[in-house]
Design a protein around this ligand. Structure first.
Ligand SMILES: NC(=O)C1=CN([C@@H]2O[C@H](COP(=O)(O)OP(=O)(O)OC[C@H]3O[C@@H](n4cnc5c(N)ncnc54)[C@H](O)[C@@H]3O)[C@@H](O)[C@H]2O)[C@@H](O)CC1
Ligand SMILES: Nc1ncnc2c1ncn2[C@@H]1O[C@H](COP(=O)(O)OP(=O)(O)O)[C@@H](O)[C@H]1O
Ligand SMILES: [K+]
Length: 505
């Protein structure tokens, strides 16, 4: 699914109106029907409904929804905010239709003062104050109303956007003046802010309603952000020829695990083996020998000369991919070995965890990273890497995109919707995965998967996209059998085969 900017959403509406063609008031009627159906799916006609409508088209949608709910025997009270005595054309038309239909039990147009109605736990508030047309934080009477709704015990359904929330950047928004919905019914496409962790508190549950906006515009319009889906990935999946052998299926090198952190090396190595690589070699401190041999008998072990930490870079010409960092520790010796390793490695590299932390501690080394490098930070690791704590997830994402462009590499910012930032400035959000995966070691598994895919011959972009998709899908399949609370990182590895099978079928 493409993610359009607020400006593109506006264009999409206009393009649809011109080319379908459809009158803008009829398009609003279509949107309102879809919204009304979705509301009726969730709340019965015994629910008292209070509709707050703004002066723009979001308000127009809300007035049309109010009329339709009333026609379906809901008790509906409507408050239209027209403090500047200026309604959009379609909002004004829907006000006329509402008044003419005489179905709602109460209609007030607010031009000056407003006495808010009582909102009880039984009330359903329909929030149609502002949608994608918002261009500054809410203030004054609108802000007071939002706070009144948020403090009330009523349930809230937001039309298109929780009022006050911007489509993209909410860094400087006034957070208490944004509606906190229980359900957001967004029209046609998800907006960028809906993918960000710090905006989830406003959305509640999110449903996307198809209102048949122009498929031509949607297909032909270039975007910089998209959400990847299974249908995007299936064509990328490689199938094995019958006559291949382990020598042609790629050899991955994993440098991971300091003493006491052998688990990270085990998880990354096992995940790598499960991701199609023909051979996997693990380079790890001597003291990990016994445990690694038992835990991953399929891997070749290469012992560091040190007992407890990674101390020296290794020859890498025989490998097709390198993963470095999980559980590596952050000793100064390991840091020097890390940059030495990165400098001499010719094959694609994925750096994770302590590998990233050590780069963060040696900012000058950031200039020495090879083109195409992959980094897989979680938000904290990312903030350390760029040396600042971001005040919003939008800001963090923007910095991740800038870093990918600057390095001409890949920054995979992990989260509920992990975001892959590519060298050309494009961002791909992942759609699989669940909160059961918020458990130690699941990042090591992702690193192993990406290394396996790189070794198998996928290019960096595909290895990252397919890797994050398979990782999340394995987590989703595991949760069906095991539940979220008990899921551990090894379970993700155990369900990788099923995830691959699903994409291959
Ligand atoms: N063209 C159409 O018929 C369609 C419109 N749709 C609806 O239209 C909405 C967008 O409508 P609009 O573009 O009219 O915009 P909104 O209704 O979101 O906002 C209306 C106007 O409010 C003003 N405004 C912005 N920020 C403000 C603030 N902080 N305080 C006070 N006023 C502020 C702006 O001048 C803006 O144009 C969508 O969210 C969706 O609900 C959908 O029904 C799809 C089809
Ligand atoms: N709530 C969540 N929803 C979806 N995926 C999640 C969630 N929490 C964690 N994950 C995934 O699990 C992984 C966690 O990585 P990370 O934080 O590096 O873990 P660790 O350092 O313990 O290995 C990431 O790939 C992330 O996308
Ligand atoms: K709204």
């Amino acid at each position: 699914m493409k993610i359009f900017t607020a400006a593109q959403i506006h264009e999409l509406d206009n393009y649809t109106i011109e080319h379908e063609p459809v009158k803008s008031i009829d398009l609003m009627e279509r949107a309102a029907k879809a919204l009304t159906r979705a509301i009726m799916d969730e709340w019965t006609d015994r629910t008292p409904v209070v509709v707050f409508a703004g002066p723009g088209n979001n308000g127009g949608d809300a007035l049309a929804v109010a009329r339709m709910l009333a026609e379906n025997h809901y008790q509906v009270s409507v408050y239209l905010f027209n403090i500047h005595d200026k309604l959009s054309e379609d909002c004004a038309a829907n006000k006329e239709r509402l008044v003419y239909a005489k179905k709602v039990s109460h209609f007030t147009e607010i031009t000056l003062n407003f006495d808010p109605p009582e909102l009880t736990p039984e009330t359903l508030v329909v929030d149609g104050l502002f949608g994608s047309g918002i261009n500054k934080p809410l203030s004054g009477g609108f802000a007071s109303l939002v706070r009144y709704i948020n403090q009330s015990p009523a349930k809230v359904v937001s039309i298109d956007m929780p009022s006050g929330l911007m489509c993209e950047d909410n860094t400087y928004n006034v957070r208490q003046n944004i509606i906190r919905a229980d359900l957001t019914l967004t029209l046609q496409q998800k907006k960028l802010s809906m993918m960000l962790t710090d905006c989830q508190q406003y959305l509640g549950r999110l449903r996307v309603l198809d209102i048949r906006l122009s498929p031509d515009y949607i297909r032909d319009t270039e975007v910089s952000c998209r959400i990847q889906e299974e249908t995007d990935l299936i064509p990328c999946v490689r199938h094995r020829g019958d006559f291949v052998h382990k020598g042609t299926m790629g050899h991955a090198l994993i440098i991971a695990g300091s003493y006491g952190m052998s688990g990270a090396a085990i998880l990354a190595t096992r995940a790598c083996l499960r991701s199609g690589a023909g051979k996997v070699t693990v380079h790890t401190p001597k003291r990990n020998y016994g445990i690694m041999q038992v835990a991953v008998p399929e891997a070749v072990l290469q012992m560091d000369r040190e007992e407890t930490y990674f101390s020296d870079s290794v020859e890498s010409q025989d490998y097709d991919a390198l993963a470095i960092g999980p559980g590596l520790g952050q000793s100064e010796n390991s840091a020097i070995a890390l940059i030495g390793q990165i400098r001499r490695t010719q094959c694609p590299i994925v750096v994770d965890a302590d590998g990233l932390n050590m780069l963060a501690n040696h900012q000058a080394w950031m200039q020495q990273l090879p083109l195409g490098i992959i980094m897989t930070p979680h938000p904290k690791e990312f903030d350390r890497l760029v040396g600042v704590t971001s005040s919003s997830d939008y800001e963090r994402l923007t910095k991740a995109r800038q870093l990918a462009e600057h390095l001409q590499g890949y920054v995979l910012l992990k989260g509920h919707y992990s975001a892959l930032c590519k060298p050309d400035g494009h961002i791909v959000f992942n759609s699989t995965g669940n909160s059961g995966m918020a458990t130690a070691g699941s990042g090591d598994v992702l690193t192993g998967i990406i290394a396996g895919l790189l070794a198998r011959g996928y290019d960096q972009a595909t290895a990252c996209q397919l890797g994050m998709y398979l990782h999340g899908l394995a987590g989703d399949l595991a949760v069906r059998d095991l539940g979220k609370e008990s899921l551990i990182a090894s379970d993700i590895i155990n369900y990788l085969p099923k995830a691959f099978l699903r994409l291959e079928d």
